[in-house]
Ligand binder design. Structure first.
Ligand SMILES: [Zn+2]
Length: 231
C-alpha cells in the first residue's frame, strides 16, 4: 500500500442483553504481503492471515443463534503489514465509553502453519492483559491438546495497537519452531501448507474464551452450550 492508497477495516457487532454490557473484541488482519517480489507479486497469504480471518468467521458463525449477555465486535483490519495502520486508526478513534467497556481483545495472526513437532499455540500479551492470557491458557488446556506458551513481548501485529493504549489485548499465534520452512510473506503461503487440525484447535481455544465471556458461562460447559466446535 503506497502513498495515496486506501485500506479498510471491516467491523461487525453483536449486542448483549446486559444493562451494563462489557465489550469483547476478536480481530485479525485481512491484508497480505509478498516481501520477496515486486509490488505485483502474488501474496496469497493463506496462513498470514487468511487463517486468522477464517477463525474469526467460524467464531461469529458459532455464536449466531446465541443470546449474548455482553457485546462482541469482530474486526478484520487492513494495512497491518504496513505497520498496523488499520488497528492504530481504529484504536485512535475509540471513544471513552468504549475504552472503559473493553474487557478483552484477542487478535489471531498466523494460526495454521505447523512449525513444532507437537501442535502448539503462543499467547502474546502484556501485564495489562494477564487475565485474558490466563483464561486462554485455561481454555486451551481444558478443551484442546495444544501445548501452550505465553509471551510478554508484544511488539508485533494488531494487538500491540490496543496494548499501547493499555487495553487488555492478546495475540494468538501458532507455536514457533523449525519443523517446516516459514512461508510468511511469500508466494508459497498457500492453503495446501496449512494444518487444519492445528487451526481448529487454536480456534477452539479462543472460541471457548469468547463464549465464557459473552454468554456469561463461567464454570459451565461451553461446548455443551454452543454445540459442535469444529469450524
Ligand atoms: Zn500477519
Amino acid at each position: 500500500m503506497g502513498r495515496g492508497r486506501h485500506t479498510v477495516n471491516l467491523v461487525a457487532e453483536r449486542r448483549g442483553t446486559s444493562d451494563a454490557p462489557r465489550l469483547f473484541i476478536v480481530c485479525a488482519h485481512l491484508d497480505s504481503l509478498n516481501s520477496a517480489g515486486d509490488s505485483n507479486a502474488r501474496a496469497p497469504g493463506a496462513n498470514d492471515n487468511a487463517s486468522g480471518c477464517a477463525s474469526l468467521v467460524a467464531m461469529a458463525h458459532m455464536l449466531l443463534n446465541q443470546r449474548l449477555l455482553h457485546d462482541v465486535r469482530f474486526i478484520l483490519f487492513g494495512g497491518e503489514e504496513q505497520g498496523r495502520l488499520g488497528s492504530k486508526h481504529y484504536v485512535d478513534g475509540l471513544g471513552r465509553e468504549d475504552r472503559e467497556r473493553i474487557s478483552g481483545v484477542v487478535n489471531l495472526d498466523m494460526v495454521a502453519n505447523l512449525k513444532t513437532s507437537r501442535p502448539s499455540v503462543i499467547f502474546e500479551g502484556d501485564d495489562v492483559s494477564q487475565g485474558v492470557m490466563d483464561a486462554l491458557v485455561r481454555a486451551a488446556a481444558t478443551y484442546t491438546s495444544l501445548q501452550t506458551y505465553v509471551s510478554l513481548c508484544s511488539t508485533s501485529s494488531d494487538h500491540a495497537s490496543f496494548i499501547r493504549e493499555r487495553l487488555p489485548a492478546v495475540g494468538a499465534f501458532e507455536g514457533q519452531g523449525d519443523v517446516s520452512e516459514d512461508q510468511r510473506h511469500r508466494e508459497s503461503d498457500t492453503p495446501e501448507r496449512l494444518d487444519f487440525l492445528l487451526h481448529r484447535e487454536i480456534t477452539v481455544s479462543v472460541l471457548v474464551w469468547l463464549a465464557e465471556q459473552v454468554l456469561g458461562l463461567e464454570g459451565r460447559s461451553v461446548p455443551g452450550r454452543i454445540g459442535r466446535t469444529t469450524p
